[in-house]
Design a protein around this ligand. Structure first.
Ligand code: SAH
Length: 398
Protein backbone atom coordinates (compact mmCIF):
# COMPACT_ATOMS: atom_id res chain seq x y z
CA UNK A 1 0.00 0.00 0.00
CA UNK A 2 1.34 3.36 -0.97
CA UNK A 3 0.77 7.06 -0.63
CA UNK A 4 2.13 9.09 -3.50
CA UNK A 5 2.69 12.75 -2.76
CA UNK A 6 2.05 15.72 -5.02
CA UNK A 7 5.06 17.35 -6.63
CA UNK A 8 7.17 19.39 -4.19
CA UNK A 9 5.24 18.05 -1.20
CA UNK A 10 8.04 15.77 -0.02
CA UNK A 11 10.03 18.65 1.45
CA UNK A 12 8.84 18.31 5.04
CA UNK A 13 9.49 14.56 5.00
CA UNK A 14 13.01 15.14 3.75
CA UNK A 15 13.42 17.28 6.88
CA UNK A 16 12.11 14.30 8.91
CA UNK A 17 8.88 15.95 9.90
CA UNK A 18 6.51 13.03 10.64
CA UNK A 19 3.13 14.28 9.37
CA UNK A 20 1.57 13.83 5.94
CA UNK A 21 -1.47 16.08 5.47
CA UNK A 22 -4.32 14.98 3.22
CA UNK A 23 -3.74 18.02 0.96
CA UNK A 24 -0.22 16.78 0.11
CA UNK A 25 -1.42 13.45 -1.27
CA UNK A 26 -1.74 12.88 -5.02
CA UNK A 27 -3.04 9.33 -4.83
CA UNK A 28 -3.12 6.19 -2.76
CA UNK A 29 -2.76 2.55 -3.80
CA UNK A 30 -4.01 -0.66 -2.19
CA UNK A 31 -6.87 0.87 -0.15
CA UNK A 32 -5.18 1.12 3.23
CA UNK A 33 -7.38 0.83 6.32
CA UNK A 34 -7.27 2.51 9.71
CA UNK A 35 -3.76 2.20 11.14
CA UNK A 36 -2.30 0.26 8.19
CA UNK A 37 1.39 0.69 7.45
CA UNK A 38 1.90 2.41 4.10
CA UNK A 39 4.96 3.35 2.07
CA UNK A 40 5.19 7.04 1.28
CA UNK A 41 6.62 7.96 -2.13
CA UNK A 42 7.46 11.27 -3.69
CA UNK A 43 5.87 12.41 -6.95
CA UNK A 44 8.74 10.88 -8.92
CA UNK A 45 8.48 7.54 -7.09
CA UNK A 46 11.35 8.00 -4.61
CA UNK A 47 10.74 6.05 -1.38
CA UNK A 48 10.49 8.42 1.59
CA UNK A 49 9.02 6.82 4.68
CA UNK A 50 6.87 4.14 6.34
CA UNK A 51 3.80 5.63 7.93
CA UNK A 52 0.58 4.70 9.72
CA UNK A 53 -2.57 5.53 7.77
CA UNK A 54 -5.40 7.57 9.35
CA UNK A 55 -8.33 7.80 6.93
CA UNK A 56 -10.39 10.12 9.16
CA UNK A 57 -7.75 12.65 10.08
CA UNK A 58 -6.38 15.69 8.23
CA UNK A 59 -3.03 14.25 9.20
CA UNK A 60 -3.59 11.36 6.84
CA UNK A 61 -0.43 9.48 7.84
CA UNK A 62 2.18 9.64 10.59
CA UNK A 63 5.67 8.40 9.96
CA UNK A 64 6.96 5.36 11.84
CA UNK A 65 10.32 5.31 10.14
CA UNK A 66 12.47 6.95 7.48
CA UNK A 67 14.32 3.65 7.00
CA UNK A 68 12.89 1.28 4.36
CA UNK A 69 14.13 -1.80 6.25
CA UNK A 70 12.17 -1.05 9.42
CA UNK A 71 9.46 -3.53 10.39
CA UNK A 72 6.80 -2.43 12.89
CA UNK A 73 7.19 -5.30 15.35
CA UNK A 74 8.00 -5.74 19.06
CA UNK A 75 11.65 -5.03 18.34
CA UNK A 76 10.75 -1.72 16.72
CA UNK A 77 8.92 -0.61 19.87
CA UNK A 78 11.73 -1.92 22.06
CA UNK A 79 14.30 0.15 20.16
CA UNK A 80 12.18 3.26 20.26
CA UNK A 81 11.56 2.95 24.01
CA UNK A 82 15.20 2.18 24.83
CA UNK A 83 16.28 5.18 22.76
CA UNK A 84 13.74 7.36 24.58
CA UNK A 85 15.04 6.08 27.92
CA UNK A 86 18.64 6.75 26.85
CA UNK A 87 17.83 10.31 25.74
CA UNK A 88 16.56 11.04 29.25
CA UNK A 89 19.14 9.06 31.24
CA UNK A 90 21.52 11.93 32.12
CA UNK A 91 18.65 14.24 32.95
CA UNK A 92 16.91 11.59 35.06
CA UNK A 93 20.09 10.81 37.01
CA UNK A 94 20.10 14.42 38.23
CA UNK A 95 16.45 14.45 39.27
CA UNK A 96 14.86 13.84 42.61
CA UNK A 97 11.78 12.22 41.11
CA UNK A 98 10.17 8.86 40.44
CA UNK A 99 7.74 10.23 37.83
CA UNK A 100 8.62 11.35 34.34
CA UNK A 101 7.64 11.25 30.68
CA UNK A 102 9.34 8.27 29.08
CA UNK A 103 7.97 8.72 25.56
CA UNK A 104 6.88 12.04 24.10
CA UNK A 105 5.03 10.82 21.01
CA UNK A 106 6.32 12.26 17.71
CA UNK A 107 9.44 13.59 19.41
CA UNK A 108 10.42 10.02 20.31
CA UNK A 109 9.51 8.51 16.95
CA UNK A 110 6.20 7.07 18.21
CA UNK A 111 3.50 9.34 16.75
CA UNK A 112 0.47 9.79 18.97
CA UNK A 113 1.91 7.64 21.78
CA UNK A 114 2.68 9.14 25.16
CA UNK A 115 4.13 7.05 27.98
CA UNK A 116 4.52 8.38 31.50
CA UNK A 117 6.09 6.62 34.46
CA UNK A 118 4.62 7.10 37.94
CA UNK A 119 6.87 5.04 40.18
CA UNK A 120 5.76 1.45 39.49
CA UNK A 121 2.88 2.39 37.22
CA UNK A 122 3.32 3.08 33.52
CA UNK A 123 0.49 5.08 31.99
CA UNK A 124 0.21 5.16 28.23
CA UNK A 125 -1.99 7.31 26.05
CA UNK A 126 -2.52 6.23 22.45
CA UNK A 127 -3.99 8.92 20.21
CA UNK A 128 -3.07 7.70 16.73
CA UNK A 129 -4.56 5.02 14.48
CA UNK A 130 -1.10 3.48 14.04
CA UNK A 131 -0.52 3.31 17.77
CA UNK A 132 -3.92 1.69 18.24
CA UNK A 133 -3.24 -0.92 15.57
CA UNK A 134 0.02 -2.01 17.19
CA UNK A 135 -0.99 -1.47 20.80
CA UNK A 136 -0.55 -5.13 21.80
CA UNK A 137 3.08 -4.97 20.68
CA UNK A 138 3.61 -1.81 22.67
CA UNK A 139 2.10 -3.37 25.81
CA UNK A 140 4.14 -6.58 25.41
CA UNK A 141 7.31 -4.57 24.96
CA UNK A 142 6.67 -2.37 28.00
CA UNK A 143 5.87 -5.48 30.06
CA UNK A 144 9.16 -7.11 29.09
CA UNK A 145 11.23 -3.94 29.67
CA UNK A 146 9.53 -3.04 32.98
CA UNK A 147 8.46 -6.40 34.44
CA UNK A 148 7.62 -4.99 37.90
CA UNK A 149 5.31 -2.28 36.63
CA UNK A 150 1.57 -2.06 36.21
CA UNK A 151 0.67 -0.92 32.67
CA UNK A 152 -2.41 1.25 32.42
CA UNK A 153 -3.94 3.00 29.41
CA UNK A 154 -5.64 6.41 29.59
CA UNK A 155 -6.75 6.93 26.01
CA UNK A 156 -9.82 8.86 27.10
CA UNK A 157 -9.18 12.00 25.10
CA UNK A 158 -11.67 13.46 22.62
CA UNK A 159 -9.06 13.87 19.86
CA UNK A 160 -9.10 10.10 19.43
CA UNK A 161 -12.42 10.54 17.66
CA UNK A 162 -10.71 12.59 14.94
CA UNK A 163 -8.64 9.48 14.24
CA UNK A 164 -11.79 7.35 14.15
CA UNK A 165 -11.00 5.71 17.50
CA UNK A 166 -13.17 5.08 20.55
CA UNK A 167 -12.12 6.26 23.99
CA UNK A 168 -10.36 3.57 26.02
CA UNK A 169 -9.37 3.24 29.68
CA UNK A 170 -7.85 -0.12 30.52
CA UNK A 171 -5.32 -1.73 32.82
CA UNK A 172 -3.34 -4.10 30.58
CA UNK A 173 -0.87 -5.55 33.07
CA UNK A 174 -0.97 -5.83 36.87
CA UNK A 175 -3.27 -4.10 39.30
CA UNK A 176 -3.82 -0.37 39.15
CA UNK A 177 -3.54 1.40 42.48
CA UNK A 178 -6.11 4.17 42.80
CA UNK A 179 -3.42 6.60 43.81
CA UNK A 180 0.31 6.73 43.68
CA UNK A 181 2.71 8.86 45.69
CA UNK A 182 5.39 10.52 43.61
CA UNK A 183 8.29 12.72 44.65
CA UNK A 184 9.40 15.87 42.90
CA UNK A 185 11.99 18.43 43.99
CA UNK A 186 11.85 17.07 47.55
CA UNK A 187 8.04 17.19 47.72
CA UNK A 188 5.54 14.34 48.02
CA UNK A 189 2.59 14.50 45.65
CA UNK A 190 -0.49 12.31 45.43
CA UNK A 191 -1.43 11.39 41.87
CA UNK A 192 -4.92 10.14 41.11
CA UNK A 193 -4.38 7.61 38.34
CA UNK A 194 -8.07 7.08 37.75
CA UNK A 195 -9.44 10.63 37.53
CA UNK A 196 -6.28 12.73 37.23
CA UNK A 197 -5.83 15.00 34.21
CA UNK A 198 -3.83 13.87 31.17
CA UNK A 199 -2.12 10.64 32.26
CA UNK A 200 -2.77 11.64 35.87
CA UNK A 201 -0.65 14.69 36.51
CA UNK A 202 1.14 17.75 35.02
CA UNK A 203 4.67 16.41 34.91
CA UNK A 204 5.58 19.09 32.36
CA UNK A 205 5.49 21.87 35.00
CA UNK A 206 8.04 20.21 37.33
CA UNK A 207 10.92 22.60 36.58
CA UNK A 208 8.61 25.62 36.46
CA UNK A 209 7.25 24.80 39.91
CA UNK A 210 10.81 24.76 41.21
CA UNK A 211 11.69 28.08 39.55
CA UNK A 212 8.44 29.70 40.69
CA UNK A 213 8.95 28.44 44.23
CA UNK A 214 12.33 30.12 44.34
CA UNK A 215 10.62 33.52 43.97
CA UNK A 216 8.05 32.93 46.74
CA UNK A 217 9.90 33.63 50.00
CA UNK A 218 7.80 35.91 52.27
CA UNK A 219 5.31 36.50 49.46
CA UNK A 220 1.52 36.43 49.35
CA UNK A 221 0.89 34.05 46.47
CA UNK A 222 -2.22 33.50 44.37
CA UNK A 223 -2.17 30.18 42.54
CA UNK A 224 -4.80 30.38 39.78
CA UNK A 225 -6.02 27.13 38.19
CA UNK A 226 -4.24 25.38 41.04
CA UNK A 227 -5.39 21.82 40.30
CA UNK A 228 -3.72 19.63 42.98
CA UNK A 229 -1.85 22.58 44.42
CA UNK A 230 1.68 21.75 43.40
CA UNK A 231 2.78 25.35 42.72
CA UNK A 232 1.58 26.01 46.29
CA UNK A 233 3.76 23.16 47.58
CA UNK A 234 6.79 24.73 45.90
CA UNK A 235 5.82 28.13 47.33
CA UNK A 236 5.55 26.82 50.90
CA UNK A 237 8.76 24.83 50.52
CA UNK A 238 10.35 28.22 49.91
CA UNK A 239 8.61 29.84 52.88
CA UNK A 240 5.90 31.88 51.22
CA UNK A 241 3.89 34.06 53.61
CA UNK A 242 0.54 32.80 52.31
CA UNK A 243 -0.96 31.00 49.32
CA UNK A 244 -4.45 30.87 47.87
CA UNK A 245 -5.16 27.82 45.70
CA UNK A 246 -7.93 28.81 43.31
CA UNK A 247 -9.77 26.21 41.21
CA UNK A 248 -13.31 25.23 40.22
CA UNK A 249 -12.80 21.57 41.03
CA UNK A 250 -13.69 20.26 44.51
CA UNK A 251 -11.70 17.11 43.85
CA UNK A 252 -8.58 18.98 42.82
CA UNK A 253 -8.79 21.25 45.86
CA UNK A 254 -9.30 18.27 48.20
CA UNK A 255 -6.19 16.66 46.76
CA UNK A 256 -4.34 19.97 47.08
CA UNK A 257 -5.19 20.00 50.80
CA UNK A 258 -3.95 16.44 51.25
CA UNK A 259 -0.77 17.25 49.34
CA UNK A 260 -0.13 20.15 51.72
CA UNK A 261 -0.61 17.90 54.77
CA UNK A 262 1.69 15.26 53.28
CA UNK A 263 4.55 17.74 53.27
CA UNK A 264 4.04 20.35 55.98
CA UNK A 265 2.92 20.68 59.58
CA UNK A 266 -0.32 22.38 60.59
CA UNK A 267 1.25 25.84 61.07
CA UNK A 268 2.35 25.92 57.46
CA UNK A 269 -0.82 24.27 56.13
CA UNK A 270 -2.82 27.03 57.83
CA UNK A 271 -1.15 29.62 55.63
CA UNK A 272 -2.77 28.02 52.58
CA UNK A 273 -6.37 28.73 51.61
CA UNK A 274 -8.30 26.53 49.19
CA UNK A 275 -10.89 28.53 47.34
CA UNK A 276 -13.42 27.02 44.97
CA UNK A 277 -14.24 29.73 42.42
CA UNK A 278 -14.06 30.61 38.76
CA UNK A 279 -10.78 32.42 38.12
CA UNK A 280 -12.36 34.94 35.71
CA UNK A 281 -14.90 35.91 38.38
CA UNK A 282 -12.70 35.69 41.47
CA UNK A 283 -10.03 37.98 40.01
CA UNK A 284 -12.75 40.62 39.62
CA UNK A 285 -13.94 40.02 43.18
CA UNK A 286 -10.39 40.59 44.43
CA UNK A 287 -10.08 43.69 42.28
CA UNK A 288 -13.26 45.21 43.67
CA UNK A 289 -12.16 44.39 47.21
CA UNK A 290 -8.68 45.90 46.67
CA UNK A 291 -6.97 42.60 47.55
CA UNK A 292 -3.32 42.47 46.46
CA UNK A 293 -0.72 39.73 45.99
CA UNK A 294 3.06 39.60 45.55
CA UNK A 295 3.14 36.69 43.13
CA UNK A 296 0.43 35.28 40.89
CA UNK A 297 0.64 31.96 39.05
CA UNK A 298 -1.61 31.77 36.01
CA UNK A 299 -1.67 28.24 34.58
CA UNK A 300 -4.98 27.87 32.73
CA UNK A 301 -6.15 24.74 30.91
CA UNK A 302 -5.77 24.53 27.16
CA UNK A 303 -8.10 27.21 25.79
CA UNK A 304 -7.38 26.29 22.16
CA UNK A 305 -8.43 23.00 20.62
CA UNK A 306 -8.16 24.20 17.01
CA UNK A 307 -7.20 27.27 15.00
CA UNK A 308 -10.75 28.67 15.10
CA UNK A 309 -10.43 29.09 18.87
CA UNK A 310 -7.32 31.25 18.69
CA UNK A 311 -8.95 34.69 18.76
CA UNK A 312 -11.32 33.80 21.59
CA UNK A 313 -8.49 32.16 23.50
CA UNK A 314 -6.27 35.21 23.04
CA UNK A 315 -9.03 37.32 24.60
CA UNK A 316 -9.26 34.90 27.54
CA UNK A 317 -5.51 34.97 28.16
CA UNK A 318 -5.46 38.74 27.95
CA UNK A 319 -8.39 39.12 30.33
CA UNK A 320 -6.96 37.01 33.16
CA UNK A 321 -3.46 38.40 32.79
CA UNK A 322 -4.70 42.01 32.78
CA UNK A 323 -6.62 41.31 35.98
CA UNK A 324 -3.53 39.65 37.46
CA UNK A 325 -1.51 42.81 36.68
CA UNK A 326 -4.15 44.82 38.56
CA UNK A 327 -3.90 42.58 41.61
CA UNK A 328 -0.11 42.63 41.90
CA UNK A 329 1.67 44.94 44.27
CA UNK A 330 4.42 47.01 42.73
CA UNK A 331 7.49 44.82 42.31
CA UNK A 332 5.18 41.82 42.24
CA UNK A 333 5.58 38.88 39.91
CA UNK A 334 3.32 37.27 37.37
CA UNK A 335 4.18 33.70 36.37
CA UNK A 336 1.97 33.01 33.40
CA UNK A 337 1.61 30.04 31.06
CA UNK A 338 -0.02 28.81 27.90
CA UNK A 339 -0.07 25.07 27.33
CA UNK A 340 -1.64 25.35 23.86
CA UNK A 341 0.65 24.23 21.08
CA UNK A 342 -1.28 26.47 18.68
CA UNK A 343 -0.34 29.54 20.73
CA UNK A 344 3.00 30.64 19.33
CA UNK A 345 5.52 32.02 21.76
CA UNK A 346 5.67 35.45 20.06
CA UNK A 347 1.90 35.81 20.15
CA UNK A 348 1.81 34.85 23.82
CA UNK A 349 4.44 37.51 24.63
CA UNK A 350 2.33 40.05 22.76
CA UNK A 351 -0.85 39.10 24.62
CA UNK A 352 0.94 39.55 27.94
CA UNK A 353 2.37 42.87 26.73
CA UNK A 354 -1.15 44.02 25.75
CA UNK A 355 -2.51 42.90 29.13
CA UNK A 356 0.13 45.03 30.90
CA UNK A 357 -0.68 48.02 28.67
CA UNK A 358 -4.38 47.75 29.45
CA UNK A 359 -3.60 47.49 33.16
CA UNK A 360 -1.39 50.56 32.83
CA UNK A 361 1.65 48.84 34.32
CA UNK A 362 5.11 48.05 33.04
CA UNK A 363 6.03 44.39 32.93
CA UNK A 364 9.48 42.97 32.30
CA UNK A 365 10.00 39.36 31.28
CA UNK A 366 12.75 38.10 33.54
CA UNK A 367 12.66 34.40 32.73
CA UNK A 368 11.18 32.38 29.90
CA UNK A 369 9.79 29.01 30.90
CA UNK A 370 9.01 25.88 28.95
CA UNK A 371 8.05 22.26 29.47
CA UNK A 372 10.54 20.25 31.51
CA UNK A 373 13.32 18.25 29.83
CA UNK A 374 11.60 14.87 29.84
CA UNK A 375 8.97 16.44 27.53
CA UNK A 376 11.71 16.79 24.95
CA UNK A 377 11.18 18.17 21.46
CA UNK A 378 12.64 16.50 18.37
CA UNK A 379 14.55 19.09 16.36
CA UNK A 380 12.50 18.10 13.33
CA UNK A 381 9.18 18.52 15.17
CA UNK A 382 8.72 22.11 16.38
CA UNK A 383 5.06 21.34 17.21
CA UNK A 384 6.44 19.46 20.22
CA UNK A 385 7.06 22.81 21.92
CA UNK A 386 3.67 23.42 23.50
CA UNK A 387 4.17 24.78 27.01
CA UNK A 388 5.45 28.31 27.30
CA UNK A 389 5.62 30.58 30.28
CA UNK A 390 6.93 33.93 31.39
CA UNK A 391 8.10 35.14 34.75
CA UNK A 392 7.29 38.84 34.72
CA UNK A 393 8.00 41.57 37.22
CA UNK A 394 5.62 44.50 37.55
CA UNK A 395 6.72 48.07 37.99
CA UNK A 396 4.66 51.24 37.97
CA UNK A 397 4.06 52.67 34.51
CA UNK A 398 6.64 55.34 33.67
N1 SAH B 1 -1.23 24.36 37.61
C1 SAH B 1 -1.63 22.98 37.66
C2 SAH B 1 -2.35 22.53 36.41
C3 SAH B 1 -3.58 23.32 36.05
S1 SAH B 1 -4.75 22.39 35.17
C4 SAH B 1 -0.42 22.09 37.96
O1 SAH B 1 0.72 22.51 37.78
O2 SAH B 1 -0.64 20.94 38.35
C5 SAH B 1 -6.08 23.45 34.98
C6 SAH B 1 -6.98 23.55 36.20
O3 SAH B 1 -7.87 24.65 35.94
C7 SAH B 1 -7.89 22.37 36.50
O4 SAH B 1 -7.68 21.95 37.82
C8 SAH B 1 -9.34 22.89 36.33
O5 SAH B 1 -10.22 22.39 37.33
C9 SAH B 1 -9.13 24.36 36.53
N2 SAH B 1 -10.08 25.27 35.87
C10 SAH B 1 -10.52 25.24 34.58
N3 SAH B 1 -11.27 26.34 34.31
C11 SAH B 1 -11.31 27.08 35.45
C12 SAH B 1 -11.90 28.31 35.80
N4 SAH B 1 -12.59 29.01 34.92
N5 SAH B 1 -11.70 28.77 37.06
C13 SAH B 1 -10.99 28.08 37.97
N6 SAH B 1 -10.39 26.91 37.68
C14 SAH B 1 -10.55 26.41 36.44
Amino acid sequence: MQIILKAEREKSLLRKHPWIFDGAILRETGRPRLGATVDVLSHDGTWLAKAAYSPHSQIRARVWSFNAATVIDNNFFKNRILTAQAKRADWLAQQDTNAYRLVAAESDGLPGITIDVYDKVIVMQVLSAGGEKHKDKLVQTLASLYPDSCIHERSDVEVRKKEGLELVVKTHVGELPEKVLITENGLKIEVDLINGHKTGFYLDQRLNRKITGSYCRDKDVLNCFSYTGTFALAAMQNKAKSVVNLDVSDNALATAKRNMALNFDADICNKVTHLKADVFEQLRVYKDAGTKFDLIVMDPPKFIENKNHLVKAARGYKDINRLACDLLREGGMLVTFSCSGLMQSDLFNKIIADAALDANTDLSFITRLHQDSDHLIAASFPEGYYLKGLVCVKTASV
